[in-house]
Design a protein around this ligand. Structure first.
Ligand code: AMP
Length: 223
């Protein structure tokens, strides 16, 4: 199964990508998580990308493409993947399509998680994430059982640096300018699957299974 989850920051890509990766037994490839890990480890890539991430701007395409290429070359990605936060620009999408085509592969689908603008701001401001397992909480709609701690592994929950209102507005603007054109790109390629994501997580998940399970049955190869 080769899937891309597309949508604005706060649309629920990370949450749903994790669930789908487990269901279809493929790796969840989140370029945001990978870049944050480089930042925490202080790698050369982490040092080069920090300022873009802190200000809510995109990391240059060449850096992201090289990082993704390394990740896709690992054995577990031969079965497929669920990409979350990648591709995010037209050059990334074109390069990704070429990479797959050169191996005789293609995406099975691109899911667009649609959420109205105002709802995104509220979601992101109140979002808290677990640095251990990646679980995502919302202080009002989905609070952890114990204040500030992950239900699954007890880690102290983080308020991401870029989940503050000024940076959120910048990220949404960047999405509108640089990532939204991918909707048309994938629509023209006949791959786009729209899902109304301004609803409870469980309803969105049920829709995703209904749409994607048949695709997964068709995409049985392990190259
Ligand atoms: P995310 O966790 O997906 O919201 O990503 C957090 C930040 O990482 C973004 O605001 C960008 O600075 C950077 N980033 C993640 N994925 C990409 C990508 N595909 N292209 C460029 N920058 C990215």
């Amino acid at each position: 199964m080769r899937l891309v989850l597309l949508g604005a920051p706060g649309a629920g890509k990370g949450t749903q990508a994790g669930v789908l990766a487990r269901r279809y037994d493929v790796p969840h490839i989140s370029t945001g998580d990978m870049l944050r890990e480089h930042g925490q480890l202080g790698t050369p890539l982490g040092r080069k990308t920090a300022r873009f991430m802190q200000s809510g701007h995109l990391v240059p395409d060449d850096l992201v493409l090289e990082m993704v290429e390394e990740r896709l070359a690992r054995a577990d990605a031969r079965r497929g993947f669920v990409c979350d936060g990648f591709p995010r620009t037209l050059p990334q999408a074109e390069s990704f399509a070429q990479r797959l085509a050169s191996r005789g592969l293609a995406l099975d689908g691109v899911v667009l998680l649609e959420v109205p603008f105002q709802a995104l701001i509220r979601r992101l401001c109140l979002r808290r994430v677990c640095p251990g397992c990646g679980a995502v909480y919302h202080l009002e709609d989905r609070p952890p059982r114990q204040v500030g701690r992950c239900d699954a592994d007890g880690s102290v929950l983080l308020h991401r640096e870029d989940d503050r209102e000024e940076v959120i507005r910048e990220r949404l603007e960047v999405y509108h300018q640089q990532t939204a054109p991918l909707v048309e790109f994938y629509e023209e390629a006949g791959l786009l699957l729209r899902v109304d994501s301004a609803r409870p997580v469980e309803l969105i998940r049920a829709d995703l299974y209904e749409i994607l399970d048949p695709l997964s049955e068709r995409s049985g190869d392990t190259r």
